[in-house]
Design a protein around this ligand. Structure first.
Ligand code: UDP
Ligand code: MG
Length: 310
């Protein structure tokens, strides 16, 4: 195997239930990488697949010395699998891409040549994204909210696909936070970041390996991890409501002393109880969400567990 320090380009791919695309992916990557350098490595991280992906990875690793495989002990999630791959990668440049051939291996040389013009990060911007309309809609919505809440510019056409200089990867592997959202972590690191328009392939699997709920969980986690705006918002909301309550109390006192209160106000009481209880519950829940995230963070568990490696 190559000495880690000699590697020019590492390609890191999280693999989950991707047996149907792996062989083609590896073949096409092999052809593309051959044209770039001999000092390349492909790191395939099997994120607990149950469809034979690991057998294919092992087979590929045995017959190609530039391919390495890691099998996580269970499904940890795409962003944790990427972390495992980055920990193992040692290239001057590292590409991160999906396993389902939606990110085209043939775009790697373009990303690399743009990066060599003076960027530490070049994102693949998926023009003509091939995902379904509802996925694009939800993605656009998420990116809008994320941009507003975190202050990081977010382009829905940009995913994880991109090329990252060693300087960036070295910082990434220091970031051991348990709630991970790869694109925002890279943005946080900074340096010169550019984009390059890439073609977006049809998913070979035809559909995403994510169930809807885990995408939602990923989105909520990303928002909580990169923004404290919800907390600030609840404080502002509490302030506004308390101010209204104060004015209302003054009014009530005036009306009481002027003798204009004749019937005790059941309606206003019950309405304020419902509204305020709702707001209090929501606020407590919001704080609870963050406490839960802190709880996850302070446990400082490893980000993933490797069961096997080739
Ligand atoms: N993936 C993973 N773990 C998971 C889900 C997905 O490692 O639990 C990988 C998958 O193999 C692929 C990438 O993450 O390389 C993106 O997954 P997919 O194409 O299913 O999702 P999409 O982002 O296209 O909705
Ligand atoms: Mg996909």
């Amino acid at each position: 195997m190559n000495e880690k320090t000699d590697i020019f380009l590492s390609v890191v791919i999280p693999v989950y239930q991707s047996a149907s695309s792996l062989e083609e992916l590896i073949r096409r990557l092999g052809e593309v990488l051959k044209g770039i350098s001999r000092q390349v490595e492909l790191i395939l991280v099997d994120d607990g697949s149950s469809d034979g992906s690991w057998d294919l990875i092992q087979k590929a690793a045995v017959s190609n010395d530039w391919i390495r495989g890691f099998r996580l002990s269970r499904n940890f999630g795409q962003h944790h699998a990427i972390a495992a791959g980055l920990d193992a990668s040692g290239g001057e440049w590292t590409v991160v891409m999906d396993a389902d051939l939606q990110d085209l291996p043939e775009e790697i040389p373009h990303l690399l040549s743009k990066a060599q013009y003076g960027y530490e990060v070049v994102w693949g911007r998926r023009v003509g994204r091939t995902d379904s309309w509802h996925k694009k809609l939800l993605s656009a919505l998420f990116h809008r909210i994320f941009r507003y809440m975190s202050g990081f510019p977010q382009d829905p056409a940009v995913g994880n696909f991109g090329i990252y200089h060693k300087k960036v990867v070295q910082e990434l592997v220091q970031m051991r936070e348990s709630i991970r959202y790869f694109p925002a972590m890279v943005q946080w690191i900074g340096f010169r970041q550019g984009t390059f328009d890439v073609e977006h392939g049809q998913s070979s699997a035809g559909k995403s390996n994510y169930v809807f709920q885990s995408k939602v969980r990923l989105a909520v986690n990303a928002l909580l991890a990169f923004s404290d705006k919800p907390l600030r918002f609840t404080v502002k909301l509490g302030f506004v409501i308390a101010s209204i309550g104060f004015i209302f109390a003054l009014l009530t006192l005036v009306r009481y002393f002027s003798g204009s209160i004749v019937v005790p106000g059941y309606a206003s009481l019950i309405v304020s109880i419902w509204i305020l209880s709702g707001i209090i519950l929501m606020t407590v829940g919001m704080v609870g969400l963050y406490v839960g995230k802190i709880f996850e963070g302070v446990k400082k568990r490893p980000l993933y567990v490797v069961a096997q490696q080739t």
